[in-house]
Design a protein around this ligand. Structure first.
Ligand code: HEC
Length: 734
């Protein structure tokens, strides 16, 4: 249990109750069974990807045929992760280049299209940034869609596809504003790949951030749906006086990044609680400069949806060093726990666990043990001594890597992998990263991923696709960005560039600093040149060391700050090493590390370096905490032909489960879309898509016909060919 004292919970609960009455009118007007429509990401606001539709069932699914195909027409390749929403017979979705489009959901005919670049040009899709869905809101005839393009939250009229002029600045709100921190806006990176959630007149947003040093904080914010005004902010890296502040170094709130909810959120409207799963604090793989448990990184957060006030949290990994972001929104489930109907949240993790937590208190329904874990060998790192291990359900993936697990699909592959892992540390889950290298299993693409889980409320079973591919993790020193001096350039001019690249993020471009960082305008009067030289080498407090910057860069920036001419800059005395060593024993050496490369353990042919299976579909009964079945999903045909049983492949894109007894899922690298018997895991139907369907499908009914639709965009982490398709299926009409 890691909850805040109950006093805070009571306060929040009282606030929560007080919001129920004012939200009632809205609820009454939209009293549709959430499991019949698909108006929200993953079907409903509990993100359960479940549908009561049962026209397509186990008996007739083999007759399923293509109803329509829509091509987005994007010229560039990208990937599609979008889970379409369907409102009043109109399907809304997003293309790889971030076009939004509305289609007649029965025919696939285009109604309108919104181009984010605004000038008719195709917007350039950013590598690794893909939209997972739109958020819909309505008030009478005012119908809006929300999604993010680069650093902007945009509002579009759902009827016309035109921007909403009175939302933010002509339809857009800059997510870089209102983060309660000063930073260099030009180089700040903030995106949002998952849709926000609606609560009354608020849209609540998480964010996607860089995961390296210097990234922004992942504060959760709510904006007014009418005008885009910021209504509340919850600091996921707490400020002084806020609960959790003391789980970081002092003043870390001024520089720490990450702890962001990128995987989407769920909302319990009746209770007025929004559930936000957060990612790792940054830097993902190195935490010497963020010592402590690091709340609210890697946590399920329950917040009062009206005010943003803290209700409870549950941290799934402390002081993360493995990029174990919580990748998907928690499923809001009702389970039969020890004979009692209990509302809970089921949080899937990259580690391959499902944490089942009481919806109102965050208390685990099945016991969770804090167990000792391996400690880092990095000099300044302070690994958290324990991590939480749920006793039930069992982990869905292997969580220990050693030589006995090296691939056995061929002798060549086996030899190749044994060679690659020479010198690497092998071991259990939570073996920390090192300079020599560590094999990490589960890897940082899961276990679970953003694909999330599909929960069947009838049986209490959740269906989850999981990956089992290790990562090769190796740390290297994180060297600051250095500049190269142009020929004949004055040291002062050169120094200004060095300053803008390395110093302006704190001391501000105009050198005037702010509340957190000193002004450097009159630095000459404040410290000597020699002291400044030393400071740059060894750092002090929150000022990092620039030891790793080339000497010429350090001299140039001093020339800029102290107004030195070239001769004076050259004549600067080389500092006595002895003096540095002596001083640096008391000072922050500021040496930082980062990941050498994002790399999976794969053999010379590209197959995962671990014994299959590489991707499984699992059915887990949340009433009992037992795994019901587990089957490999996807295959490499050429391996099957050699007599190797289907290996399963890496999976991206969730499944959905229906009252027709079926799971629909794409996700696998073999580019097939499948219908699976939810009781047994048996494949009942499959369809070869032209490119991979790495997205979560949706299902809906129009004029008495049930449809299933999936985006097929290929590409992405799977590295298969790209395309621009949305495929809809239905039964033949007779
Ligand atoms: C991460 C934020 C950060 C960055 C980046 C940063 N500084 Fe600083 N700097 C600080 C802080 C905080 C202090 C105050 C340190 C203290 O006294 O505890 C400081 C102090 C200084 C001082 C001493 C000022 C005085 O009046 O005593 C100088 C000079 C300085 N920085 C130069 C630089 C230069 C040059 C760079 C780029 C190469 C740089 N800083 C980059 C945070 C930063």
């Amino acid at each position: 249990m890691q909850n805040k004292p109950s006093y805070f919970f009571l306060v929040a609960l009282v606030l929560g109750i007080s919001t129920i009455s004012c939200q009632k009118s809205m609820e009454d007007s939209t009293v549709i069974d959430p499991y019949i429509s698909w108006e929200s990401y993953r079907g409903d606001e509990g993100r359960n990807a479940y549908s009561k539709l049962d026209q397509i069932n186990k008996e007739n699914v083999r007759d399923l045929e293509v109803a329509w195909v829509y091509r987005t027409g994007d010229k560039q390749s990208g990937t599609l992760q979008c889970n379409p929403i369907i409102i009043d017979g109109v399907l809304y979705a997003v293309s790889a280049s971030m076009k939004v489009f509305a289609l007649d959901a029965g025919t696939g005919k285009k109604i309108w299209e919104y181009h984010p670049a605004g000038n008719g040009e195709e917007f350039v899709a950013e590598n690794g940034i893909s939209n997972r869905g739109l958020t819909y809101w309505e008030d009478g005839d005012d119908k809006r869609l929300f999604y993010c393009v680069q650093n902007e939250l945009r509002a579009i009229d759902a009827t016309s596809g035109k921007p909403i002029p009175d939302f933010g600045n002509n339809g857009a709100v800059d997510l870089r504003d209102g983060l309660d921190r000063t930073f260099d806006k030009a180089s700040a990176f903030i995106r949002n790949t998952s849709p926000g959630v609606i609560y009354n007149d608020l849209i609540i947003m998480g964010s996607s951030l860089y995961e390296a040093h210097g990234s922004l904080p992942g504060h959760i914010r709510a904006y007014n749906v009418y005008n885009g005004e910021l209504e509340w902010i919850f600091h996921t890296i707490p400020h002084p006086g806020e609960f959790g502040y003391d789980t970081w170094p002092e003043d870390h709130y001024q520089i720490g990044g990450g702890a962001n909810a990128w995987g989407g959120m769920s909302i319990d409207r009746k209770r007025g609680i929004v559930f936000a799963p957060t990612g790792a604090p940054t830097h993902d793989f190195y935490g010497a400069d963020r010592k402590g448990k690091g709340l609210f990184g890697n946590s399920v957060l329950a917040l009062n949806a009206e005010t943003g006030a803290y209700i409870w949290h549950f941290q799934v990994s402390h002081h993360d060093l493995w990029d174990y972001d919580i990748p998907a929104p928690p499923n809001l489930v009702s389970v039969n726990h020890n004979g009692e109907a209990t509302d809970a949240v089921a949080q899937l993790t990259k580690q391959g666990y499902i944490f089942l937590l009481d919806r109102e208190t965050g208390t685990p329904l099945f016991d969770v043990e804090e167990r000792p874990v391996p400690q880092s060998v990095m000099k300044d790192e302070e690994t958290w001594p324990t991590q939480p291990f749920p006793l039930k359900p069992p982990p869905l993936v292997r969580q220990h890597f050693d030589e006995s697990l090296v691939t056995n699909i061929s002798t060549e592959a086996q030899e190749n992998i044994l060679k690659q892992i020479e010198g690497y540390t092998l071991g259990p889950i939570y073996t920390p990263p090192s300079i020599n290298g560590t094999i990490q299993l589960p890897g940082f693409l899961g276990g679970g991923e953003w694909s999330g889980g599909a929960f069947d409320p009838e049986s209490g079973t959740i269906y989850i696709g999981v990956n089992e591919i290790p990562n090769m993790v190796q740390l290297v020193e994180d060297v600051p960005a250095f500049e190269v001096r142009n020929e004949f350039e004055d040291m002062m001019v050169f120094g200004e560039r060095v300053y803008l690249k390395n110093c302006a993020s704190c001391h501000v471009e105009d050198r005037k600093g702010n509340i957190s960082y000193p002004s450097l305008i009159h630095v000459k009067d404040s410290i000597s040149l020699n002291e400044a030289q030393l400071l740059l080498k060894i750092g002090k407090g929150l000022m990092p060391s620039f030891q790793a910057l080339p000497e010429i860069n350090r001299r140039a920036v001093l020339a800029y700050l102290f107004e030195l001419d070239d001769q004076q800059a050259v004549e600067l005395l080389p500092l006595e090493e002895a003096q540095i060593v002596e001083e640096s024993t008391q000072q922050n050496t500021g040496k930082r590390y980062k990941l050498k490369a994002y790399k999976q353990l794969r053999d010379q042919f590209g197959y995962p370096g671990i014994k299959p299976p590489w991707g499984n579909l699992c059915a887990v009964n949340l009433n009992t905490g037992e795994i019901e079945w587990k089957v490999p999903l996807g295959e490499y045909e050429e391996l099957t032909k050699q007599g190797i049983p289907p290996t399963g492949t890496q999976l991206f894109g969730g499944g959905i489960v229906t009252a027709g007894g079926l799971i629909f899922i794409g996700a696998s690298r073999d580019e097939k879309f499948r219908a699976i018997d939810k009781e047994t895991g048996e494949i009942l139907w499959e369809f070869q898509l032209p490119v991979g369907g790495y997205a979560t499908p949706s299902t809906y009914s129009i004029n008495g016909h049930q449809y299933v639709v999936i985006a097929a965009g290929g590409g992405g982490y799977q590295g298969t060919k790209s395309g621009d398709y949305y495929y809809a299926f239905k039964l033949p009409e007779d």
